[in-house]
Design a protein around this ligand. Structure first.
Ligand code: ZN
Ligand code: FE
Length: 255
């Protein structure tokens, strides 16, 4: 089964993402920041929205739902834990649930940390991951509802997916993430090359996503929290990965 994916900006730095199955015509929007750019993208492609897959309840991921629901009557699917906080939600999902989008099948991965209820959607056959505000290119979401332990465990689950999985995220934050990453992992050659590429892409106004699980494992400092060399650089020799992760998150918040 093949899927077509379209990525575009919503509001200032949110990504809108559409996943389309040409065989059945089904089209899902991953989150719904605002309706205008999503409707425009659908009309550009000649697609009709059938599903909205919601990663978490924050306004910049759900504000567009009521208008899209009114226009297309799409089925809204989101974290069961966030029932009542997501407009028009018809189906609440949990870890391991299968979500069907007209012939495409996603597996739900619970990824608390940014919020307590946050979920990610993994389409194993298409090698696609929609990570919302959990994993970002060279970064991760802020802890606005879950703990550092939650986020570290969520990131570890995502890092265990096949390395050739394409990863789509909720925001274009990569430039700020890249500058932070080089600061805490200065001798990582692959990271330095990627950071230079990110600077160049943003200068040209290009997106830096999607990324891949393999690229993030090699360059994202938040995925290096179990590496003794990272612990050492932060002055945390011998400390558990979750403490190293928490320190990285704290430093990024301050930076
Ligand atoms: Zn959020
Ligand atoms: Fe967000």
């Amino acid at each position: 089964m093949s899927a077509e994916v379209r990525q575009f900006l919503c509001a200032s730095d949110n990504f809108g993402v559409l996943v389309h199955n040409p065989a059945t015509g089904a089209t899902a929007s991953i989150d719904a920041c605002e309706d205008g750019p999503i409707v425009a993208a659908l009309e550009r492609e000649g697609w009709t929205l059938t599903h909205i897959l919601v990663t978490h309840h924050h306004d910049d991921h759900v504000a567009g739902i009521p208008a899209l629901k009114a226009r297309y009557d799409a089925v809204v699917i989101g974290p069961a834990a966030d029932a009542g906080r997501i407009p028009d939600m018809a189906q609440g999902v949990r870890e391991g649930d299968a979500v069907r989008v007209g012939g495409l099948v996603a597996t739900v991965i619970e990824t608390p940390g940014h919020t307590q209820g946050h979920v990610s959607f993994h389409f194993p056959a298409e090698r696609l991951l929609f990570a919302g505000d959990t994993l970002f290119a060279l970064g991760c979401g802020r802890l606005l509802g879950g703990t550092a332990a939650d986020m570290w465990s969520s990131l570890s689950k995502l890092a265990a997916l096949p390395e050739d999985t394409d990863v789509y995220c909720g925001h274009e934050y990569t430039l700020s993430n890249a500058r932070f990453a080089v600061g805490v992992d200065p001798d990582n050659e692959r990271l330095r090359a990627r950071a230079a590429e990110v600077e160049e892409k943003r200068r040209r106004g290009e997106f830096t996503l999607p990324t891949t699980i393999g690229l993030e494992k090699a360059t994202n400092p938040f995925l290096q929290a179990a590496d003794p060399a990272m612990a050492h650089r932060l002055g945390l020799d011998g400390r558990p990965p979750v403490e190293v992760f928490a320190e990285l998150r704290e430093r990024k918040n301050r930076g």
